[in-house]
Write a protein that binds this ligand. Structure first.
Ligand code: TXA
Ligand code: MG
Length: 346
């Protein structure tokens, strides 16, 4: 049985604190524990211990060449971990930490487990904006390595139930703080060069980064999934339901026509749409991810709906597309990966 600590997000509440202390002690004993962050649930371990970090890779079935993000609860922890803090990184931290932003730094040698950084001389660090995550890290008094708490390849978990589905029998426990807010992972930004580069779009948008540091570029390999991405994790298939997903670069009528075609062949077809249009489709399963007029709701609901298709018996899924603006860039990046970059342009 997996241990499930239910906590109030008001961590100063006396009811929650014993659970937080319990989870922190387990991390200090070099075991792994899942906990909520503002983006998705993370699977935490002591980032200084090979033994602990190894347990993350084993539990997730994660390839060992994919480095982990290190989570901290206060800026003072940074000095121990990195060689220098570039000016752009300093500005971004001031603006967006705690928050869904991971910054890549030149790492200090000999502090973190080599397994965290997968042989790179850089390290990704973030300070999550979630009271439970911050309290656990603070209480553990350690830098905490934490990838998303899913089995490798699956959509990241946005509820404790998702974590249990994926990792029951593989980890000691999950701290359950309810649904996460943002719903997609942090933005990964490399500030070690002259212009900051987005290696993975996420909760902090390109526009928000540019407000603070001026020009920001996007790792070109993210488009079409071609070339070797600078963020090793971006090369793996990910987020995909069991049934193949096709993105439809067309109208709702086009989506309906594709569904009708498949159903006439005797297949079961699903549609991924938004509240505005969910009632208009005739298909075997229709899921709304959120509201098109507020892409934050789409980010919030995306992984839950991608997972939910696996509890249905659809053979194929057609998904509407979104503008690549604001958090839409992260939504489309995840949808393209879920679809293996298959796009139908009717
Ligand atoms: O929102 C998030 O970032 C969540 C929560 C739990 O904090 N974590 C998360 O971790 O998404 P993970 O391991 O699923 O994704 C980490 C990504 C991968 O694409 C990895 O390759 C990249 O960050 N990454 C980590 N360290 C890196 C480094 N030194 N250089 C380039 N990319 C790095
Ligand atoms: Mg992940």
């Amino acid at each position: 049985m997996i241990k499930r600590w239910i906590v109030e997000n008001d961590v100063d509440n006396k009811e929650s604190y014993p659970q937080i202390v319990d989870a922190a002690r387990i991390l200090q004993q070099n075991e792994v524990v899942a906990f909520p962050t503002e983006t998705v649930y993370g699977l935490g371990a002591n980032a200084k211990s090979d033994e602990a970090v190894d347990k993350i890779f084993k539990a997730k079935g994660r390839p060992s060449d994919n480095p982990l993000i290190v989570h901290i609860s206060n800026k003072n922890q940074l000095k121990e971990l990195v060689e220098e803090v570039p000016e752009a990184a300093e500005k971004l931290m001031t603006a967006y930490w705690p928050g869904p932003l991971t910054l890549i730094f030149q790492k200090k040698d000999g502090v973190l487990s080599e397994k965290v950084t997968a042989g790179l001389d850089s390290v990704g660090i973030r300070m999550p904006d979630h009271p439970v995550a911050l309290a656990i890290i603070e209480e553990a008094g350690l830098p905490i390595a934490a990838p998303s708490a899913n089995r490798s390849g699956k959509p990241s978990p946005t509820t404790a139930q998702h974590v249990i589905e994926d990792l029951e029998g593989r980890i000691i426990g999950v701290v359950d703080g309810g649904e996460t807010g943002v719903g997609v992972e942090s933005t990964v930004v490399d500030c070690t060069g002259t212009i900051p580069v987005i290696l993975r779009p996420g909760g902090v948008t390109k526009e928000q980064l540019e407000e603070v540091v001026g020009e920001v570029s996007v790792d070109p390999s993210l488009k079409e999934g071609k070339g070797a991405p600078k963020s090793p994790g971006m090369k793996y298939t990910h987020y995909a339901p069991d049934a193949p997903v096709w993105l439809v670069d067309g109208t709702r009528e086009d989506v309906q026509r594709l569904v009708d075609e498949k159903r006439s062949e005797g297949l079961k077809a699903g549609v991924l749409t938004t509240d505005e249009f969910a009632g208009d489709y005739r298909a075997d399963v229709v899921f709304s991810v959120g509201r098109r007029d507020d892409l934050n709701t789409v980010a919030h609901g995306l992984y839950d709906k991608l997972r939910a298709f696996n509890n249905s018996d659809v053979d194929i899924i057609f998904a509407e597309m979104f503008p690549e603006e604001g958090v839409g860039l992260a939504i489309m990046n995840r949808l393209q990966k879920a679809a293996g970059y298959r796009v139908i342009k009717p």
